[in-house]
Design a protein around this ligand. Structure first.
Ligand SMILES: [Zn+2]
Length: 408
């Protein structure tokens, strides 16, 4: 623990909440430089702590600048003026609500907060963009590339002349329960298809999700910010290997927030009473606020390991101590801390585990407090890259931080 970083008041608080003896947490400067800490940190343990503590300023919130990822685009393709077209079949029992959702979404504070920084205007909809199909629903929507895939459905709908063609049209297709839908393995998703030389943007909402407006909100934020899949805001900063690994490469705006337990919520906006899903905001991250907006009322907290995003190299048979810096965006009680080898955010995504020994010196953390994680490499895994997820949690919230261990 770097006592020089922590004011006296907090040190007393720590003693009172059962954290371990700071002296046992002290790292030699050489360990600190191994994990790429700035030089000022590396020398901190050698200073005269007593004078620093007497004059230390109040600890700021956050205690240090967290290295959160930023969402970037590869080209300049966004949908600046979207119009939602709600498409339902006659057996949909929720039509009025779904149409109302599309009508109200574009003018909501939720939409403004999740999309305006990416150049998106308030979206439109309205009665001219409600399509209530009376046709027999398709028997099946296949996987991409199959003879009956979703582009067949979209082409038929476009050719039927039943779809309006407003500026920035986004067709929200609510699949009938009669349709066997295996598109995108039955998950809500968005895509675009080139039909008669025009990009047709759409979202496919499976029947089982029909009243999950949070799923629809997720897709519509993403269709606006990345309408043609991978040409808009769909990437994390190139250097952020660890974060990309944690997210399994699915890094559109809403994807980046969907794994947090508080991702889905019912908006408190008067007149817009639908469940929606928080979505990634670079502006919020830049301002040291909760990066998933609209933010919950409780202050965001997590850890950061400065300069670790490209990975920490540890050879088989060796170990290294990594410092986890706790931060929160306002004063709060201690949160729980634990580490998991593999992906603790997306279960089952990372199965190459069992190569590390992990030992954490504390099980609670707070702003400005440093935990020490000893990572021992038993043997290199199949990819010579091991993933550790640091989980900061309370009963309601969970925040994740990835550490990549490169095992040459
Ligand atoms: Zn998504």
């Amino acid at each position: 623990m770097h006592l020089a970083r922590i004011p006296l008041g907090l040190a007393v608080l720590l003693a009172g909440c059962g954290s371990s003896d700071p002296s046992t947490n002290a790292l030699p400067a050489s360990d600190a430089s191994d994990v790429g800490l700035p030089p000022s940190d590396a020398g901190a343990d050698g200073r005269d702590d007593s004078s620093t503590l007497d004059t230390a300023p109040p600890i700021p919130f956050p205690a240090l600048t967290p290295d959160l990822p930023r969402l970037v685009k590869r080209a300049s393709v966004v949908l600046p003026s979207p119009t939602f077209v709600t498409v339902t079949y006659s057996d949909n029992t929720n039509v009025d609500r779904l149409e109302a959702f599309a009508d109200q979404l574009g003018d909501s504070a939720y939409w403004r907060e999740t999309t305006s920084e990416y150049g998106i205007s308030p979206a439109k909809s309205g009665p001219a963009n409600h399509v209530r199909l009376t046709d027999e629903p398709p028997a099946r929507i296949g996987l991409r590339g199959e003879a009956d895939d979703e582009t067949v459905l979209m082409t038929a709908l476009v050719h039927s002349g039943k779809l309006p063609t407003p500026e920035g049209a986004v067709y929200v297709i609510y699949v009938s329960p009669k349709t066997k839908n295996v598109s995108a393995i039955g998950l809500p998703h968005h895509a675009s298809a080139n039909i008669d030389g025009k990009s047709i943007r759409y979202a496919i909402i499976p029947a089982g999700s029909a009243d999950r407006t949070q799923d629809v909100a997720h897709e519509l934020v993403e269709v606006a910010t990345d309408p043609d899949l991978g040409h808009g805001y769909a990437y994390l900063d190139r250097t952020l290997m660890a974060w990309n690994t944690l997210f399994g490469g699915a890094t559109e705006a809403a994807d980046l927030c969907q794994w947090e337990p508080t991702a889905e919520y019912q908006d408190k906006e008067p007149g817009f009473e639908f469940y929606v899903q928080r979505s990634w905001s670079n502006a919020a991250a830049d301002a040291n606020h909760y990066p998933c907006v609209p933010a919950p009322a409780t202050p965001f907290f997590n850890v950061t390991v400065p300069d670790s995003v490209k990975g920490i190299t540890i050879a088989a048979g060796e170990s290294q101590v990594v410092e986890l810096y706790g931060y929160s965006f306002a004063a709060r009680t201690d949160w729980n801390l634990h580490v998991v080898e593999g992906n603790a955010m997306i279960d089952g995504l990372w199965t190459d585990v069992g190569h590390l020994h992990l030992d954490l010196d504390v099980d609670q953390l707070n702003n400005g407090v440093v935990a020490h994680l000893t990572i021992g490499v038993k043997a290199a895994g199949n990819y010579h890259t091991e993933l550790v997820t640091v989980v900061s949690s309370t009963a309601e919230e969970k925040h994740f931080y990835p550490i990549l261990v490169l095992t040459p």
